[in-house]
Design a protein around this ligand. Structure first.
Ligand code: XIL
Length: 298
């Protein structure tokens, strides 16, 4: 059985992977994804600099190809990501006028969510907006608009596709009581109280050996926020130790609100963490021990 099918049988929603247009054209990526995973996230082609490199002029080709492939193959798609300080085009970076930036965010979010309405069911609406101490991270968005950009992005996403599940996503949310985890829970609590339509918290989970054991407590703390669900959105673990991967999968199984896991790529040769070998398939696309261990666990 595929990891995804086994995960679904354990009452979870999906087990997916990051990929992208170029990777889907290189064997054996498509076959491995077809056989093992139930969801894909665009590794880069859905980011602002890829989609709207110049104001108002969109480059949909690569992102569309991934969505079309996913739907043709029965895979869900996680939309990654609408508002992020990184991989952001210079023309957005340079905006200093508040009303202009509000309008630019509204346009980017409504155009992108609207295009994929009914095809993309989960969105990372905002990505990496917190600093390590749990405060709002410095970015053009926070400098010009303060917290208001969060409300704008979520409200426009909700209006544009009321059926999409809207996430706030971040990294270093891997241990309970860490500053950024505390900040995430209290900001989400506050924003939801204020009516901001946040449905889920995504924890990227780019981790190293020794950290897997803390993931369940971190997920439980995130799940204590008033959101419908939490998800592990970009999992990779340096050296891919069996015990670390199984600890993370078991953590999601143990936390009721944890609905999904996405690993950040298929084979180590294509990982963004070159040299860490953090994925479930090796340089030759053979399944690694952690892959077998997850199948056994499920
Ligand atoms: C990474 C991609 O994997 C790389 O190919 C790219 O050069 C940089 O971005 N957090 C995120 C992801 O939310 O979008 C990042 O993806 C990894 C960290």
């Amino acid at each position: 059985a595929s990891i995804h099918d086994a995960f679904v049988a354990a009452s979870k929603e999906f087990f997916g992977t990051a990929t992208d247009q170029g990777l889907l054209q290189r064997d054996p990526n498509p076959a491995i994804i077809q056989a093992n995973f139930g969801q894909v996230t665009h590794e880069n082609s859905m980011k602002w600099e890829s989609l709207e490199p110049n104001r108002g002029s969109y480059n949909w080709g690569p992102a569309d190809e991934v969505v079309d492939w996913a739907i043709a193959n029965g895979k869900l798609v996680r939309g990654h990501t609408l508002v992020w300080h990184s991989q952001l085009p210079q023309w957005v970076e340079g905006i200093t006028d508040a009303e202009e930036l509000r309008e630019v965010i509204r346009n980017h979010v409504s155009t992108t969510v609207g295009r994929y309405a009914g095809r993309i069911h989960h969105w990372d609406v905002v990505n990496e907006i917190l600093a390590e101490d749990g405060s709002l991270r410095d970015s053009v968005f926070s400098r010009v608009l303060g917290e208001e950009f969060v409300r704008i992005a979520f409200e426009v996403a909700r209006e544009t596709d009321p059926s999409a599940v809207l996430y706030i996503n971040d990294y270093n949310l891997d241990q309970a009581n860490y500053g950024k985890v505390n900040g995430m829970v209290s900001f989400v609590q506050k924003w939801v109280d204020e009516g901001v339509p946040i449905d889920g918290i995504g924890t990227q989970t780019h981790i190293s050996p020794g950290m897997g054991a803390g993931v369940q407590a971190a997920l439980e703390q995130l799940a204590s926020a008033p959101v419908r669900e939490v998800a592990i959105t970009e999992l990779d673990i340096a050296d891919a130790p069996v015990e670390e991967y199984t600890a993370v999968v078991q953590a999601c199984l143990n936390v009721e609100k944890c609905t999904a896991i996405t690993v950040w790529g298929v084979g180590d040769a294509d990982s963004w963490r070159q040299g860490d070998n953090p994925l479930l398939f090796d340089y030759n696309f053979n399944p690694k021990p952690a892959y077998d261990a997850i199948i056994d666990l499920l």
